[in-house]
Design a protein. Structure first.
Length: 255
């Protein structure tokens, strides 16, 4: 597994302390021994340029990357990216809630694999249970009752005769519980959802969730930057599969 290593080279562009060359979640020396070309792309383009683009904050990039790795069950460097996210302003509570959220959107076992990686990071940082979201929060986020009624009516009419269990759990567990938990702001919850959908190639689900993300405060520029970021972590084909959907969402909101 590639691990953080101290190396002599420096980034071609100025970086924050959290993205200093000796703090990258990829061992540049080992990478150079295997593929000097890939090492150059990693140093100069991924960390030297993409991570420095202010169109999406480093905090958001941390959340997006963690979500993509969980969705793809790529845990070799996940603990290092969790550390990077924490160093860029993501809280342990937000990491915890992201993992919980993605259990529903990426599958239970992918979330369990992420728990194993996060546990080591939390232990190293002395993160205690009282720093993490409560099982039963004192106050849940407000519900848009009209929007939820419309969503539920559509799902019931469309899929009730296919699997009432899925319809019921979608309503009760997801939209009347998970999405109302205060441990992750609605914008951030939408952000990690869209990132996970793109990373796992679930194009058909993106329209609803990208619109919801933008309703929750994600800007078009931020959404565009997220696509550019995810090309490196999910691959160009997955991003280009998502691009027509994003284009339609952007155009529909501008009309």
């Amino acid at each position: 597994m590639l691990k953080i290593a101290s190396i002599a080279c420096s980034l071609s562009l100025a970086t924050s302390a959290a993205l200093a060359q000796d703090r990258l979640p990829i061992d540049q020396e080992e990478l150079a021994r295997v593929s000097p070309v890939l090492q150059a792309y990693t140093k100069d383009d991924l960390f030297g340029r993409v991570w420095q683009d202010p169109a999406l904050s480093k905090r958001d990039r941390g959340l997006v990357t963690v979500a993509a790795l969980i969705a793809r069950n790529q845990t070799d460097e996940l603990s290092d990216y969790i550390r990077l996210a924490l160093e860029n302003g993501v809280t342990p509570a937000e990491i915890s809630e992201t993992i919980t959220h993605l259990a529903f959107y990426a599958g239970w076992e992918n979330a369990m694999a992420a728990v194993d990686e996060a546990a080591d990071v939390f232990e190293d940082r002395n993160v205690s249970a009282n720093q993490l979201p409560a099982v039963d929060p004192d106050t849940m986020l407000p519900l848009d009752e009209e929007a939820e009624a419309s969503r539920q009516s559509f799902v019931q009419e469309t899929y009730g005769n296919v699997s009432q269990g899925v319809v019921d759990n979608t309503e009760q567990l997801l939209f009347l519980d998970l999405w109302l938990r205060p441990g992750l702001e609605p914008r951030d919850r939408s952000l990690v959802t869209v990132a996970a959908l793109i990373a796992s190639g679930h194009v058909e689900q993106i329209t609803f969730h990208l619109n919801r993300a933008m309703d929750n405060g994600l800007s078009k520029d931020e959404a565009s930057a997220m696509l550019s970021h995810l090309a490196f972590y999910a691959g160009w084909p997955n991003v280009f599969s998502a691009m027509p959907v994003a284009k339609d969402v952007f155009e529909s909101r501008e009309g």
